[in-house]
Design a binder for this molecule. Structure first.
Ligand code: GRG
Length: 292
C-alpha cells in the first residue's frame, strides 16, 4: 500500500468512535470536525519522510506508521489553528471549507487541541510496539519540534513579523521553527524508530532541516512568481500579510540557486545510503521542484 493510503487508514482507525482506556466518550460533533481537518487530503509529506527514513534502517510496519500518523495529527492541528480568524483567517483548505467555516470557531480550536494531545497518546501507547525509552525519546523530540521552541514559537514570530519586519537571520530562524522543525523531526524520528547510529540520526536530522528550508523557499518562490504574474505586488512581501520572505529579499534567481544548493546538500547527506536513499532523494526533488 502506498504510504499516503497507509497513513490515511491508520488515521481513520485512530479517529474511530471507540473511547480508549481512560477516555470517557468521544463526542461525535467534535470527532466529525477532527475528521474533516485530518482525513482525506494533504500531501502527507511529513509521514512520507518519516516512513522512508525509518525504512532506511529496516523499520517498517506498525511502529513507524503510528508515529507518522501522530506527526500528521500535529500537522493537521497546526493547519486548523493557522486558519482561524485570530491567525490567517482562511475560508478554504485542501479544497474544502476550513474547520471553523464548516463547523464553528470553538469547535475548530477544540479539534486542534484534541489532535495535538492525541499525537502524544498515539506515540506513547504500547500499541506503538517500540521499547518505552524510544517512545519517550520520540514524545520529547516531537514536543520540542511542535512547541515553544519549534512550530508554535515560530508561528508567534511569524505573526510578530507582520508588525516588525525581521532581518534575514530572523526570517531564517522563524522559518526553521514554524515549518522546518516538524520536517526535521519527520526525518530524525524515522532514524529513532529504526535505531540508527547517532551519526546517521544526525545525518537524517540535517537532511530534514535542508528539506524544511527548501519547502519554505519553494513556497515563497511560488508566492513571489504568482504575485509578479498576477498581482504586481511589491517584491519581498507575502501576498496576504505583507510579510518579508527570503525569496522576496533576494529575488527569483537567488532563490532558485539556493534551492539547487539545497538539493545538492540533500544528495550529499544521502550518499552513504546508496540506492536505499532513492525515495528520500525523490521526496527532496518533489519539495524543491514543486510548482503548485
Ligand atoms: C498554529 C501553532 C500553529 C502553527 C501553524 C504550519 C503552520 C504553523 C502554518 C502553516 C502556514 C502555511 C500555509 C505555511 C506555508 C507552508 C506550509 C506549512 C503549508 C502547509 O503544509 P503542506 O503543504 O500541507 O504540507 P498539506 O495540506 O499538503 O498537508
Amino acid at each position: 500500500m502506498a504510504h499516503a493510503d497507509a497513513v490515511e487508514s491508520m488515521l481513520r482507525a485512530l479517529l474511530d468512535d471507540r473511547p480508549r482506556d481512560g477516555e470517557v466518550a468521544r463526542p461525535s460533533g467534535l470527532l466529525q470536525a477532527i475528521r474533516h481537518g485530518a482525513l482525506g487530503g494533504g500531501k502527507r509529506l511529513r509521514p512520507f519522510l518519516l516512513l522512508e527514513s525509518a525504512a532506511l534502517f529496516g523499520a517498517t510496519g506498525t511502529a513507524p506508521l503510528r508515529v507518522a500518523a501522530a506527526l500528521e495529527c500535529i500537522h493537521c492541528y497546526s493547519l486548523i489553528h493557522d486558519d482561524l480568524p485570530a491567525m490567517d483567517d482562511d475560508d478554504m483548505r485542501r479544497g474544502r471549507p476550513t474547520v471553523h467555516r464548516a463547523f464553528d470557531e470553538a469547535t475548530a480550536i477544540l479539534a486542534g487541541d484534541s489532535l495535538l494531545t492525541y499525537a502524544f497518546d498515539v506515540i506513547a501507547s504500547e500499541e506503538t510496539e517500540l521499547p518505552a525509552e524510544r517512545r519517550v525519546e520520540l514524545v520529547t523530540r516531537l514536543a520540542r519540534a511542535a512547541g515553544l521552541g519549534g512550530m508554535a514559537g515560530g508561528q508567534f514570530l511569524d505573526l510578530a513579523a507582520e508588525r516588525e519586519t525581521p532581518g534575514e537571520d530572523g526570517i531564517l530562524r522563524l522559518q526553521a521553527m514554524k515549518t522546518g522543525a516538524l520536517i526535521r523531526f519527520a526525518c530524525e524520528a524515522g532514524a529513532i524508530v529504526g535505531q540508527a547510529s547517532p551519526a546517521d540520526r544526525e545525518r537524517l536530522a540535517e537532511f530534514g532541516s535542508a528539506i524544511g528550508l527548501a519547502f519554505q523557499l519553494a513556497d515563497d518562490l511560488l508566492d513571489l512568481t504568482s504575485d509578479a504574474a498576477t498581482l504586481g505586488k511589491a517584491a519581498g512581501k507575502d501576498a496576504a500579510a505583507g510579510k518579508a520572505t527570503l525569496a522576496g529579499l533576494h529575488g527569483i534567481e537567488w532563490t532558485r540557486r539556493q534551492l539547487s544548493g539545497l538539493m545538492d546538500q540533500a544528495n550529499d547527506l544521502l550518499r552513504p545510503f546508496g540506492e536505499a536513499g532513492t525515495m528520500l532523494r525523490t521526496a527532496a526533488r518533489f519539495v524543491i521542484e514543486r510548482d503548485h
